[in-house]
Design a protein around this ligand. Structure first.
Ligand code: PXG
Ligand code: PLP
Length: 438
């Protein structure tokens, strides 16, 4: 129980530590769409963990796969050695990716996927002899994790402020336009914002730009579906100027958008696609970077003698056997239960709930959604944009619903298996709590 625990030593990530330690929100168990808190209360998980656990928590198939793997092979050195499940899972992942994305490099998180993809892009151009192609273009409001590369291409000011700049980057404008407020699904306006890439090509020269990295649908900044035609335009410009396109699909990968990937949902194929989170249903940390054959084959063709490393990069825990076992079990469930299709089928219900119940509530300045992702933006109270989302999320926790609050937004991410009545409970509780705001 919270009261007997010493809370001092644990420096919590992305948490208001002082507030939490005054009023802890302890989670002690999870099952399906429910958490059990420190007082034994059932709390509805309105965020699929942290966009991680769309299959529902504690799936017995994953538990069993992990248990068996621990007994058989608890660890395998990933450098110069391999184990069968790493290959099996890579084949399975490649089979679920858009045509042409065939080669899987394992990481342990979305942040590691971001930095891996950036290094892969730079190295690719070095191997092609384009030695100046080192610059990256991200997008405002982009989130690519917390490692140095990801922070540099990221576009959330609060995540960058204290850490300095380490890469040559620039950022496309974000796509949240005032005229698109309260749009259901993809906004009509904004495809032209992709044309800003032309400005960067003029300013820096295409011969200095390695890659553009974007989330096909922004997640952390509060659910930002791409404007109609935007990603197509970005793809065309990248092709025209010989710039790689990286999709960070740490949130959109494996079902969240009602398709296997965001690339599928929006009909645009990148050169590199990053995943994490839903790959193992969040049960064991794992991420991956999936590269086109052109990129992979360029490394292989330029590697020198065959005992020499083609890519001097990797993590001690890349392809961890326990994570591979969890990933195989999780992807089997996702496919067997046709969960991306279920998300697509139920997304209109979730969309209607969000817009019908939340648009008219006090201080709500926008409602956005796509697939099983929904968010609202709240007007700042005075000069405190973060206060209302915090207050709403705390009031919801008191009423037994967990949602994510970040920046000036509240975010919801139903489990792919969530029943409609639980979506109603989640959105209904939010509507109630919004009425309490000052
Ligand atoms: N890229 C994207 C697009 C992400 O959403 C990461 C990279 C980093 O992944 P790791 O596993 O290193 O955390 C993410 C993570 C939120 C929220 O509030 C979202 C994330 C992390 C924390 C909070 O939506 N996404
Ligand atoms: N730091 C030291 C001193 C190490 O020896 C290693 C790995 O061997 C690392 C960092 C990197 O750790 P990881 O491979 O888990 O990212």
């Amino acid at each position: 129980m919270a009261m007997t625990l010493n809370l001092d030593a644990y420096w919590m990530p992305y948490t208001g530590n002082r507030q939490f330690k005054k009023d802890p929100r302890m989670i002690e168990a999870a099952q399906g769409v429910w958490f059990t808190d420190g007082d034994g209360r059932q709390v509805l998980d309105g965020h699929s963990g942290l966009w991680t656990s769309g299959l529902g928590h504690a799936r017995p198939e994953i538990t069993e796969a992990v248990r068996c793997q621990m007994e058989q092979l608890d660890f395998c050195p990933p450098f110069q050695f391999g184990h069968p499940k790493a290959f099996e899972l890579a084949t399975k992942i490649a089979g679920l990716m858009p045509e042409g994305l065939d080669h899987v490099f394992y990481t342990n998180s979305g942040s590691e996927s971001a930095d891996t993809s950036l290094k892969m892009a730079r190295a690719y151009w070095q191997l092609k002899g384009a030695r100046q192609k080192t610059r990256f273009i991200g997008r405002q409001k982009g989130y690519h994790g917390v490692n140095f590369g990801g922070v540099a291409v990221g576009g959330i000011p609060a995540n960058k402020k204290l850490f300095g700049e380490v890469l040559e980057t620039d950022h496309l404008s974000h796509t949240v336009l005032p005229q698109n407020a309260f749009t259901r699904g993809m906004p009509e306006q904004g495809a032209y914002l992709a044309d800003e890439l032309e400005l960067f090509v003029e300013r820096y020269g295409a011969e200095t730009i390695a890659a553009v990295i974007v989330e096909p649908m922004g997640g952390s900044a509060g659910v930002l579906p791409p404007p109609v035609g935007y990603l197509q335009r970005l793809r065309a410009l990248c092709d025209q100027h010989d710039v790689l396109l990286i999709f960070d699909e740490v949130i959109t990968g494996f079902g969240r958008c009602g398709a296997m990937t965001g690339a599928d949902a929006f009909g645009v194929v990148p050169d590199i696609l990053n995943v994490a989170k839903q790959l193992t249903n969040g049960a064991v940390p794992m991420g991956a970077v999936i590269a086109s054959s052109e990129i992979h084959d360029t490394f292989m063709a330029n590697g020198g003698p065959d005992y020499v490393l083609e890519f001097a990069h990797g993590y001690t825990y890349s392809a961890h056997p326990v994570a591979c076992a969890a990933g195989l079990a999780a992807l089997d469930i996702l496919v067997d239960e046709k969960l991306p299709q279920r998300v697509a089928a139920d997304a209109p219900f979730f969309e209607a709930l969000l817009h019908d119940q939340l648009s008219d509530k006090p201080h709500v300045s926008d409602v956005r959604n796509y697939g099983f992702a929904g968010a609202i933006t709240l007007e700042a109270r005075g000069d405190e944009p973060l206060r209302r989302p915090y207050e709403v999320a705390m009031a919801m926790w008191e009423r037994g619903v967990l949602v994510r609050y970040g920046g000036d937004t509240i975010q919801m991410a139903p489990h792919f298996v969530m029943e409609k009545k639980h979506m109603e409970q989640m959105v209904g509780t939010l509507a109630e709590c919004l009425k309490l705001l000052k």
